[in-house]
Design a protein around this ligand. Structure first.
Ligand code: ADP
Ligand code: ASP
Ligand code: MG
Length: 493
């Protein structure tokens, strides 16, 4: 029986459900996670997204087809979004680049979308073998309208009328992920790498799905990439905002744009493995977006924002730091600089402005951008030196970023003191610092990043059990606040 569906509906007081495959699946955390979405009813629409590894070969596609058949049998109308098989997108890209170092963007998009088109048809064939009626959709037919920018299109509208008709006929709608139709020229456009997550959430929002399930090759979201940090801990329930912070810090399991979309439209997400039946990670929108939300643990964390809860330490080895020395005084200089960065579509990860020692009345502005954007941004800034009016541009591509993620990060100086003591013990000097309630980012030299991460994880008790009471005790953080928030969020009720 399909676990989540059955369990959430009419969950008994003790958190167990007789139809679920055995009580061993319901230690406290899962019980708490299952209570998170009591509004999911038997007939609610579910959107399922299967990533490349989940449809990598015939056996995997059959496994996916069986899961779809079970979900449908449990009574759910179903929209399924699929990615290209395995590494198909990378292979197509390599092929194109081997023919021309700069393939025309339109042709490239047309080429890349074929990967997803293959997956949808193969899945439809596998479903027909199980007697499950389905219909396949390209992004365009599914009604995904984009801004038309090749390679990184944004969704501007969703018109899922054909999908609705398909659901009405009680067929499974199988949608090719990561693509849509440009608003003006109607051309095929892709949403950027990993964009199938966005397709799924966009459809879930447009169709009012009860939940959007993202199936992948790990059991859920971990405090760090479990393939890199073997002791990383699986997170059972996390708020959309916190997840966004994790994604922004390099956690690639769910696309950050998909999370932004889900947050905006109040779509709950369940990240789980397509290789087993386990319950994964629930990513819940904030209560503001859904006033009727009845999810105790996350709600109870809201007041705890005043108290620090440290949940993860993440790293990004590839950051570039640019410093504009002696920016001339004048209103609008920052607007010019950041406008230029926006034109380059570069993500500004940190920015600091100081009084310049090189130019009286001027300022020095330091920026951190993803390493991949570094040279491009440097070239663009250099070209604009005269127009902006700065004396020199320094560039450092050997920077790494360490991010401390949690809640209420700014409210307790103890967090800062512990963080910077650990960094100093690891010999990591800080180049830039930025803070928000949910994270503290520090730029350090890439060479010391790993040592710094180990030291900081250890300082906050995250090096083994993650966010548990013992770990927090070791971290010496405020128990009163944690008892209200952190403990609830990570321990069985
Ligand atoms: P899919 O092909 O299903 O879209 P992705 O490769 O996009 O899969 O995402 C799954 C991968 O994300 C995992 O194999 C894992 O290595 C990686 N990953 C990175 N950070 C995390 C994290 N914090 N939690 C879980 N997985 C992570
Ligand atoms: N196939 C595309 C990629 O590999 C989109 C996706 O998988 O989400 O980026
Ligand atoms: Mg992905």
């Amino acid at each position: 029986m399909y676990q989540q569906t059955v369990s959430i509906r009419d969950l008994p007081a003790d958190g167990r459900h007789p139809e679920v495959d055995g009580p061993e699946h319901f230690p406290g955390l899962e019980r708490m996670a299952l209570r998170a979405r009591p509004k999911l009813r038997a007939r609610d629409l579910i959107v399922q997204k299967y990533g490349g590894s989940s449809v990598a070969d015939a056996a995997a596609i059959k496994r996916v087809a069986r899961r779809i058949a079970e979900t449908r049998q449990a009574g759910h109308p179903l929209v399924v979004v699929v990615s290209a098989m395995g590494d198909t997108t990378d292979e197509l890209l390599d092929l194109a680049v081997s023919l021309s170092p700069r393939p025309p963007a339109g042709e490239l998009d047309t080429l890349l979308t074929t990967g997803e088109r293959i997956s949808v048809t193969l899945l439809a064939i596998a479903l027909s073998d199980l007697g499950v009626p389905s219909r396949t959709f390209s992004g365009k037919r599914a009604g995904l309208i984009t801004d038309g920018i090749h390679g990184k299109a944004h969704i501007v509208n969703v018109d899922p009328r054909h999908i609705r008709a398909c659901l009405k006929r009680e067929e499974v709608a199988i949608v090719a992920g990561f693509q849509g139709k440009g608003l003006k020229k109607k051309e095929v456009t892709t949403l950027g790498r990993g964009g199938s997550d966005i397709t799924a959430v966009a459809l879930a929002a447009a169709l009012g799905a009860g939940i959007c399930e993202i199936y992948t090759d790990v059991d859920g979201v971990y405090t760090a990439d479990p393939r890199v940090v073997p002791r990383a801990r699986k997170i059972d329930v996390i708020s959309n905002e916190e997840m966004l912070e994790l994604a922004a810090s390099g956690s690639k399991v769910v696309h950050a744009r998909c999370l932004e979309y889900a947050g905006r439209f109040g779509v709950p997400i369940h990240v789980r493995s397509s290789f087993n039946r386990g319950i994964g990670t629930l990513i819940l929108p904030s209560r503001d977006q859904d006033p009727e939300w009845d999810h105790k643990p996350v709600r109870d964390r809201a007041p705890a924002v005043e108290q620090p809860v440290v949940s993860a330490v993440l790293c990004d080895k590839s950051v570039a730091k640019l410093t504009l020395i002696g920016v001339a005084d004048g209103v609008g200089k920052s607007a010019e600089i950041f406008g230029l960065l926006a034109d380059e579509r570069a993500r500004v990860e940190m920015a600091v402005q100081n009084t310049s020692s090189a130019r009286a009345g001027g300022s020095d502005i330091s920026l951190a951008v993803p390493g991949a954007d570094g040279f491009r941004v440097r070239a663009a800034l250099s070209a604009a030196q005269g127009a902006i009016g700065f004396m020199d541009l320094q560039y450092d591509g050997q920077i790494g970023r360490l991010s401390l993620i949690g809640l209420g990060m700014r409210t307790d100086a103890q967090v800062f003191s512990r963080l910077f003591t650990a960094l100093s013990d690891a010999g990591a000097g800080t180049e830039l610092i930025s803070t928000s309630d949910m994270r503290i980012d520090v730029a350090v030299r890439a060479a010391v990043l790993e040592d710094a991460q180990r030291a900081v994880r250890s300082a906050f008790g995250l090096d083994h059990a993650g966010l548990d009471r013992a770990g927090l005790d070791r971290a010496g953080l405020d128990r009163a606040g944690l008892d209200r928030g952190g403990e609830e969020a990570t321990k069985a009720p």
